[in-house]
Design a protein around this ligand. Structure first.
Ligand SMILES: Cc1cc2nc3c(=O)[nH]c(=O)nc-3n(C[C@H](O)[C@H](O)[C@H](O)COP(=O)(O)OP(=O)(O)OC[C@H]3O[C@@H](n4cnc5c(N)ncnc54)[C@H](O)[C@@H]3O)c2cc1C
Length: 486
C-alpha cells in the first residue's frame, strides 16, 4: 500500500520497507492560513523536497492548494502513520486512508494509557522513571544507573564567566539546489501576498536523515559531556551553549528518538560522557518529549483553551512582530532577536524570558501558544500545548507543573550575563530602572493572590508580598507601563 508521509514523518522509520511506495503532499493553503516564520517554512519545504528527491520514482510528490485536492489525484489505496495534530486526524477520519499507530515517539499510546489509568496526578518524574524501566534505559538491573534517577540538581551551573562555553560548534548544514529553489519559491509566494514572520537566513537545521544523524553523532561525541551542567544557563554571546539543536529534526520525524537515547547511554557506558549529562539529555527525550506528546491527546481538545488565571490581554504588536529593536531590556531584546533571526532559542529563554514575561503581564495563553507555534522552527501544535499553556502559562492551574514559572530579575541575573549593561537593575522593583521582570513578578503575584492562595510552594512569596511597603506603587507603575515594550 502507498504510505502517505506527512511533512513531519520524513525519516526511514515511517516506512515498513525501503521500497514501499510513498505519497508526499505540499499544501500551500497551510502557509496562506497563518504567518509562519520564514525559516520554518523553508525548513519544512526543504525537508519534504529532499525526501522526495531521495525517494525518486518511489514517491508521488504532489504540490496542491489543499490536502484534500491532492487526495483526489491519488487512484490507489493509501495508509498513514497516526498524524500529530487533531486537524490532520479529523481529515483522515473523513477518508479511506488506513491509519496505523503513531511512530516517532518512544512510548506507545497503549503503554502511556496503561501507565496513566487510575493516577490522580500525571507527574513527569513518575512517567520518566516508568519509561526508564519499560525501555531498559540507564538501568543496572532493577536500579537506576549510578543509584539516582534524576541528577537535575547537578545540572544548574550559572553561565561560565568567559561569556562562551568552550565546546565544539554544532555542524551547520550546507545548502544545496533544493534550498535555492525553496528560497526562490518563498520569495515568489511573498510577492503573491503570503506573509511570513522573522528574517530569512542560512539554513541552520537538518532536513535529511543523514544531516540529522550527523548532528546527533557530533552532539554525542563533542557536546553531550558539557550538556548537563550548563543546561539552564543563558549567554548573550552564545545562544547554543551545549544544547543539541535536535528538536527541529526530531519533530520533522527525521530521527528516531530512541536512537538518540541509545547513543547517549552508550557514551555514558563507555566513559565518554558523565552520568549527569547523559541522564539529563535522556530525560528530555524519553521523559519530557514523550510526556508532552501523550498529554496532547490525553488532556483533550478543550485543554488548549484553558485560562485558569483569567489572562485576557492580547499580545502587543512589538512582541507579535518580533520587534527586538523596540526593547531595551537586554535579555528580552536578545531572546526576541534570536526568534526573529533563527526561529530558535533554547529552553530557558523560552520559559524564563519569553513565557515568564507573558505570564507576568497576563497575555492570553492560547494566543501565546499560537505565537510560539508559528515562530519556532520546532513548533507544532502537539508540543506547544502542554509546554506553553501548561508549563509556561500555568493556565491549567497545576496539571503540568506545581507552581507558575514566574521569576524576577534575580533569577535572570544568576543564570545569565544579560543584566550587566542593561538599563534596568534586577534588584529594583520601583523607579525608572526597575527591572520589568522584578516589578512584573510582584504585580503578577498581587493580581493572582486569590487564585494562587493555598499553593504550598507559594506560601513564602505570598507572605513576602504582604510585607512589601511599596506594593501599591509597584502595581501602579506596572499598570502605567502597560503593554509598552520594556
Ligand atoms: C514555552 C516553551 C515552548 C516550547 N516549544 C517547543 C516546541 O515548539 N518544540 C519543541 O520541540 N520543544 C519545545 N519546547 C521544549 C524545549 O524548549 C525545546 O525542545 C528545546 O529548547 C529545543 O532545543 P534543543 O533541541 O537544543 O534541546 P535540548 O536542550 O538539547 O534537549 C534535547 C531534546 O529534548 C526534547 N525536549 C526537551 N524538553 C522538551 C519539552 N519540554 N517538550 C518537548 N520536547 C522536549 C527536544 O526534542 C530536544 O531536542 C518548549 C519549551 C517551552 C518552555
Amino acid at each position: 500500500m502507498r504510505r502517505w508521509l506527512f511533512a513531519d514523518q520524513l525519516g526511514p522509520h515511517f516506512l515498513d520497507s525501503t521500497d514501499q511506495p510513498v505519497l508526499l503532499v505540499e499544501s500551500k493553503a497551510v502557509f496562506r492560513r497563518r504567518a509562519f516564520h520564514r525559516q520554518k517554512a523553508h525548513l519544512v519545504l526543504s525537508a519534504l523536497r529532499h525526501r522526495a528527491a531521495e525517494l525518486g520514482d518511489q514517491a508521488l510528490h504532489l504540490r496542491t492548494e489543499t490536502y484534500r485536492e491532492a487526495l483526489t489525484q491519488v487512484r490507489e489505496p493509501l495508509d498513514a502513520c497516526h498524524p500529530t495534530s487533531r486537524a490532520a486526524r479529523r481529515l483522515l477520519s473523513t477518508t479511506d486512508v488506513t491509519v496505523h499507530d503513531p511512530r516517532g515517539f518512544v512510548t506507545t499510546p497503549t503503554q502511556f494509557t496503561a501507565w496513566a489509568d487510575g493516577r490522580r496526578r500525571l507527574r513527569l518524574e513518575d512517567f520518566y522513571r516508568h519509561c526508564r524501566v519499560l525501555h531498559d534505559v540507564l538501568m543496572d538491573g532493577d536500579e537506576p544507573a549510578g543509584g539516582r534517577w534524576n541528577l537535575d540538581t547537578d545540572n544548574r551551573e550559572p553561565p561560565p564567566a568567559a561569556g562562551r562555553l568552550d565546546v565544539a560548534e554544532p555542524p551547520i548544514p550546507v545548502e544545496d539546489d533544493i534550498d535555492a529553489q525553496v528560497r526562490a519559491d518563498l520569495d515568489r509566494w511573498q510577492d503573491e501576498g503570503i506573509t511570513f514572520t522573522g528574517r530569512d537566513g542560512p539554513r541552520l537545521f537538518p532536513v535529511t536523515h543523514a544531516e540529522a544523524a550527523a548532528r546527533l553523532r557530533h552532539f554525542v561525541t563533542h557536546r553531550l559531556p558539557v550538556f548537563g551542567p550548563y543546561e539552564d544557563a543563558m549567554l548573550a554571546g552564545d545562544p547554543w551553549l551545549a544544547h543539541s539543536m535536535l528538536s527541529a529534526p526530531l519533530n520533522l520525524g527525521l530521527l528516531d528518538p530512541i536512537d538518540a537515547v541509545h547513543r547517549a547511554e552508550a557514551a555514558y557506558r563507555a566513559g565518554r560522557a558523565p552520568l549527569a549529562s547523559a541522564e539529563g539529555f535522556i530525560r528530555q527525550i524519553i521523559g519530557w518529549r514523550d510526556y508532552i506528546w501523550h498529554l496532547y491527546w490525553h488532556l483533550g481538545e478543550h485543554y488548549p483553551a484553558s485560562n485558569k488565571l483569567a489572562a485576557r490581554r492580547a499580545l502587543p504588536r512589538w512582541f507579535a512582530d518580533l520587534d527586538a529593536d523596540a526593547v531595551q531590556a537586554r535579555c528580552l531584546s536578545d531572546v526576541l532577536a534570536g526568534v526573529r533571526d533563527r526561529g530558535w532559542v533554547h529552553h530557558i529563554p523560552r520559559l524564563m524570558v519569553l513565557g515568564n514575561y507573558a505570564l507576568q503581564r497576563g497575555w492570553q495563553p492560547a494566543q501565546l501558544a499560537d505565537w510560539f507555534h508559528r515562530n519556532f522552527v520546532d513548533g507544532y501544535e502537539w508540543v506547544m500545548t502542554a509546554n506553553v499553556v501548561g508549563m509556561s502559562q500555568y493556565a491549567d492551574a497545576g496539571v503540568i507543573t506545581t507552581k507558575p514559572y514566574a521569576a524576577g530579575g534575580a533569577y535572570l541575573n544568576r543564570m545569565s550575563d544579560y543584566c550587566g549593561g542593561c538599563p534596568y537593575d534586577p534588584r529594583h522593583r520601583l523607579g525608572d530602572d526597575a527591572c520589568p521582570y522584578t516589578a512584573g513578578y510582584w504585580a503578577f503575584l498581587h493580581r493572582n493572590r486569590q487564585r494562587l492562595h493555598g499553593n504550598i510552594r507559594l506560601t513564602q512569596p505570598l507572605r513576602q508580598l504582604d510585607r512589601l511597603a511599596d506594593l501599591d506603587a509597584v502595581v501602579e507603575q506596572e499598570r502605567h507601563r502597560g503593554s509598552r515594550a520594556p
